[in-house]
Design a protein around this ligand. Structure first.
Ligand code: FES
Length: 156
């Protein structure tokens, strides 16, 4: 935080100054200050469900578990920033969305995984900390494989 008590972040490429207590979890800065409601709280901020996952400086992060005071200058991507990402298209193509609550967090976790590892193993995909109560895991796995194939394919 700077001397004004404002947390400066970039969210989906937009510079924001957030006037909230530095202990406020990033999740609430995203939802209540940036008005981006795609990011969900699932487990009450206990760090167990992955619904709140966003990408911070290229890595997947549970936004319920990180205070904005520790993120000065960070570059945050939420599901709204992945509208044109291959993961999003793959989730739709594989019909991997049932109730949809886990999807914002899953998409961010998958996009960060593919950025770090373009050819993740099934075990690495299964290790993502994102729960789907609808039982869509097989389709979610296929969506990551599809997105990986799209991202690895040479541009036409
Ligand atoms: Fe469940 Fe963050 S809300 S891990």
């Amino acid at each position: 935080l700077d001397g004004t008590g404002m947390a400066k972040l970039r969210i989906n490429g937009q510079a924001l100054e957030i006037a909230m207590d530095p202990a406020t979890p990033l999740l609430w800065a995203i939802r209540d200050a940036a008005n981006l409601t795609g990011t969900k709280q699932g487990c009450g901020g206990a760090g167990r469900c992955g619904a709140c996952t966003v990408i911070v400086d290229g890595a997947a992060m549970l936004s319920c578990a990180v205070p904005i005071g520790s993120l000065e200058g960070a570059d945050v991507t939420t599901i709204e920033g992945l509208a044109n990402h291959p993961v999003t298209a793959a989730l739709v193509a594989e019909e991997a969305i049932q109730c949809g609550f886990c999807i914002p967090g899953f998409a961010c976790a998958a996009a960060a995984l593919l950025q770090q590892n373009p050819r993740p193993s099934p075990e690495q995909v299964d290790a993502l900390p994102n729960l789907c109560s609808c039982g869509c895991q097989p389709r979610l796995r296929r969506a990551i494989a599809r997105a990986a194939g799209t991202m690895l394919a040479p541009a036409a």
